[in-house]
Every structure is written in structure tokens, then in C-alpha cells.
Design a protein around this ligand. Structure first.
Ligand code: CMC
Length: 428
């Protein structure tokens, strides 16, 4: 079906094409708007703006649908591994057994970081935030991998992607070890991705940490569920940086910075901080919820609501089930979990949240899962970043591979002073 959109401006009408996506989403292509009319569009927060065409991830926020390359997230959560999902997200289809083995081998071969790069850790103070370390180290990695700066073929791309995905895990665990003053653990070649991370986090030289299968499975699931989420703040940042021609490492380091904020990747931290605040204040859950709802309140129920999912977040549904299973197996006794359960119940019944379609999102349950695994609070967003790297690489690749790609350069509505004369310093 071909549509056009007619816009009336200053007594003249202008037709713009309507573009249809493969899932029948419709968009007005206004790329010629300014040239033809002199007008721009204004969409603070980009809630109505498609910044690109992409074939990676499909989300239907009203129906709670999330698919990577067409495959429903529920099926990937049930049957796939993080490594396989990463390949799918980046290359657009499930890998053949040979491709899977080759990629896994590349991940294993590249899990060590250059010894000189290891020395960079010494430069950070012990209380440095691991997100600052992660972003700095991803950028620094590029200095040790000059061959990966210009990617001209698929083999180099696969090598660069494997290095980044593998080393991010090593850097993440090392930044934790530094912060607690323990020796950095080398990765093991016989461990799978999630298990290796847990080993580097929690093993000590004289004692190996053995995660239970439920814990390794829950971490694998956490990483799969975070692998991509179309044009969120960090991914759009990666695309923005990539559009200037910047390399994969620089673009992903920028993604880490964007993810750090509490309204994005930092929300799982904010969930635990909120639960801790409720516990310490001695206030009951209903009281806290009424504070959130109070007129002019700046408080938000962290881990609730989503810009896109207005029905339910399919990742939250999967992670809730996994967290219930994992916690039942671990027999955890944590007062924050009791508060979390009560909060979930109260909010799901409260008309304020129901009317605004504010449901628990993925960060609500991921905060709970990560805490139960023993991951320290300041590492939560790093875990999110580890999961999201494949999505960032896939989006970087989409820009890199597109011969028509242009530098991202939005316009603005200037609302500042009109022309002013410069006033010499002694006359001010
Ligand atoms: N608690 C209380 N009220 C809320 C919340 C919340 N968590 N979220 C939205 N509202 C209210 C908001 O005050 C507004 O009410 P009113 O219409 O009376 O002014 C209404 O709901 C619409 O809110 P909005 O700010 O227009 O919604 P948004 O789409 O701009 O924000 C959000 C989405 C995720 C930033 C927001 O829901 C929020 O701040 N949630 C808490 C932080 C959080 O959990 N973030 C993680 C998001 S999921 C991870 C990811 O995919 O990146």
C-alpha cells in the first residue's frame, strides 16, 4: 500500500512519502521537509522520530513484543546462549555450527587483555566507578589493536567483535577485583562465557568459585535479554558516534557513558537503592508509594515504566520467572526482596500505575537477580553493558556497511537571545 502525507503550510500543500516497515509500521519520510518548506520538526526526547531504518530488533511496545532478527525473545531465552545470540544480533541470522565454533574459539582466544593494558588499572583510584573504568578501557583497547581500526572485510569484523565482546567481560571483572584489592584472575579456556565471568569475579587464587547451574543460567539469560533494544539512548549514541566514521571501540565506549545514567542502564542500581532507602527509613511500602504519587513529587518508582512498553516488558516477564526459580534454589533470606515483592504487588493494583501503564520493567528484576548472585551494586550497570555490546556492534555495523550513511546531525529550535552587542569587560 502506498500512502502520502499532505502537509499544509502557509497556504501551500506539500506531499511526503509514507514508508512502511516489514511489520507494517508507518512513518512519514520528512527528509525533504526543510529543503521544500524551510520548516523543521520539533520532537523533544524523540518520542515520535525514527532516526534510522534498521533490521536488527523489532519491538511492539503495546503488545509486549521483542524480537532479535525476527526471532521472539522468549524462544532465544528458552533455547539460545549469549554467544549464539550475539552472533545472531550482529550478523542477522543464527550461526551454522561451524560459525558458532569459530566465533566461540575467537572469544576464548581473545579473552586475555594485553599485559600493558592490565597496567592501566593501576592508574585508577580504588574507589573509581567501574563504568568509568569500562569506558576508558574500551577506548584504550583501540591503542593495542591498530589492525581493528579500519574494518574492511567480514573476517576482521568478526575478529574485532569477538575481541570486544570477550575483553569487555575480562575488563569488567578486573575492575571489580581492583576495587576490592584482590589479585586479577585470568580467564579459563574451559569455561563458557557467563561462567568465565563469574570465575573472574569471584574466584581467588587459592579457591575456585563454582557457580550453581541456576546462577550460570540466570546470568546467561540476563545477557541474552540485554543484547539489543533498538534505538535506546546508548544505542543511538553509538550510532551517532559511528556516523562520524569513528571506530567500533570509540563508538562502544560512548555507548557505555550513555548507559551509565539512572534513567537508562543505571536504573537497576536505582531499584536496589530505592529498596534500601525504604528498608532504612522504616516506612512501609504503601507509604512510599503514596509519596511517589503525591502531586509535584519528583520521586519515581524505579524499575517501573518504560518509554516503549506500555503493556508489559517481555524481558521482565522472563526475568521474573528466572529470578523466582533462582531464588527458590538459593534459599536467599533478604529483606530487600520482601520489600520488592510487596512493591510489585501494591503498584500492580494501584490505579495511578495501572492508568499510566507503569509495569515493572527489566531493571526491576535484573536488580534483584544480580543482588542475589552477589554482584556488587556499582557493577550492575557494567553487567548491562556487557550484555548490550553485541547490540552496539550490530548498530555500528549497520552504519559502517551502509554506503548511503550520512553523519547524524539533528537541527534545533533556537530559543536564546536575539542579536546582542559585545560589552567591554570594564563596562559590565
Ligand atoms: N514512577 C512514578 N511515576 C512515573 C514513573 C515511575 N517510574 N514513570 C512514569 N511516571 C509517570 C510520570 O510522572 C507521568 O505522570 P503524569 O502524566 O501525571 O505527569 C507519566 O507517568 C508519564 O511519564 P513520562 O515521564 O512521560 O514517561 P517516559 O516515557 O518519558 O519515561 C521512563 C519512561 C522509563 C524514563 C520512566 O518511566 C521512569 O523514569 N522510570 C523509572 C526509571 C526506570 O526504571 N528506567 C528504566 C527503563 S527500562 C531500561 C531500558 O530499556 O533502558
Amino acid at each position: 500500500m502506498s500512502h502520502t502525507c499532505r502537509i499544509e503550510l502557509d497556504g501551500q500543500s506539500h506531499d511526503f512519502p509514507v514508508v512502511e516497515g516489514t511489520e507494517n509500521e508507518l512513518a512519514i519520510d520528512i527528509s525533504a521537509l526543510r529543503d521544500r518548506t524551510g520548516y523543521i520538526t520539533l520532537d523533544d526526547g524523540y518520542g515520535n522520530t525514527g532516526s534510522c531504518k534498521s533490521s536488527i530488533t523489532y519491538i511492539d511496545g503495546d503488545q509486549g513484543i521483542l524480537r532479535y532478527r525476527g526471532i521472539p525473545i522468549e524462544q532465544l531465552a528458552e533455547s539460545s546462549s549469549f554467544v549464539e545470540t550475539a552472533w545472531l544480533v550482529i550478523w542477522g541470522r543464527l550461526p551454522t555450527p561451524e560459525e558458532h565454533d569459530r566465533f566461540s574459539t575467537r572469544l576464548t582466544r581473545n579473552q586475555m587483555i594485553h599485559e600493558s593494558l592490565r597496567n592501566h588499572f593501576e592508574g585508577f583510584p580504588p574507589n573509581a566507578h567501574p563504568m568509568a573504568i569500562l569506558s576508558a578501557m574500551i577506548n584504550a583497547m583501540s591503542c593495542y589493536e591498530p589492525g581493528m581500526m579500519e574494518i574492511e572485510d567480514e573476517t576482521t569484523l568478526e575478529q574485532a567483535a569477538a575481541r570486544l565482546i570477550s575483553k569487555v567481560r575480562t575488563i569488567a571483572a578486573a575492575s571489580y577485583k581492583m576495587s576490592v584489592g584482590q589479585p586479577l584472575m585470568y580467564p579459563r579456556a574451559d569455561y563458557k562465557y557467563a561462567q568465565n565471568f563469574l570465575h573472574m569475579m569471584f574466584s581467588i587464587p587459592y579457591k575456585d568459585y563454582e557457580p550453581t547451574p541456576e546462577v550460570a543460567r540466570a546470568l546467561n539469560l540476563f545477557l541474552i535479554l540485554h543484547a539489543d533494544h533498538e534505538q535506546n539512548c546508548s544505542t543511538s549514541t553509538v550510532r551517532m558516534v559511528a556516523s562520524s566514521g569513528a571506530n567500533m571501540y570509540a563508538s562502544c565506549a560512548a555507548g557505555v557513558c550513555a548507559l551509565w545514567g539512572p534513567l537508562h542502564g543505571g536504573a537497576n542500581v536505582a531499584v536496589i537503592e530505592m529498596l534500601e532507602f525504604i528498608r532504612q527509613s522504616g516506612m512501609n511500602v504503601a507509604e512510599y508509594v503514596s509519596r511517589v504519587k503525591a502531586k509535584d513529587s519528583k520521586l519515581r518508582l524505579m524499575g517501573f515504566g518504560h518509554r516503549v512498553y506500555k503493556n508489559f516488558d517481555p524481558r521482565a516477564k522472563i526475568l521474573k520467572e528466572a529470578s523466582d526459580k533462582m531464588l527458590a534454589g538459593m534459599k536467599v533470606n533478604d529483606p530487600l526482596l520482601d520489600i520488592a515483592r510487596e512493591l510489585e504487588e501494591v503498584a500492580l493494583r494501584d490505579p495511578y500505575f495501572v492508568e499510566r501503564k507503569l509495569y515493572p520493567n527489566v531493571d526491576f528484576y535484573s536488580g534483584i537477580i544480580l543482588r542475589a548472585m552477589g554482584i556488587p551494586l556499582n557493577m550492575f550497570t557494567v553487567m548491562f553493558a556487557m550484555g548490550r555490546v553485541p547490540g552496539w556492534i550490530a548498530n555500528w555495523k549497520e552504519i559502517h556497511d551502509d554506503p548511503k550513511s550520512r553523519i547524524y546531525r539533528p537541527r534545533q529550535m533556537y530559543m536564546g537571545n536575539t542579536i546582542q552587542d559585545y560589552v567591554p569587560r570594564d563596562l559590565r
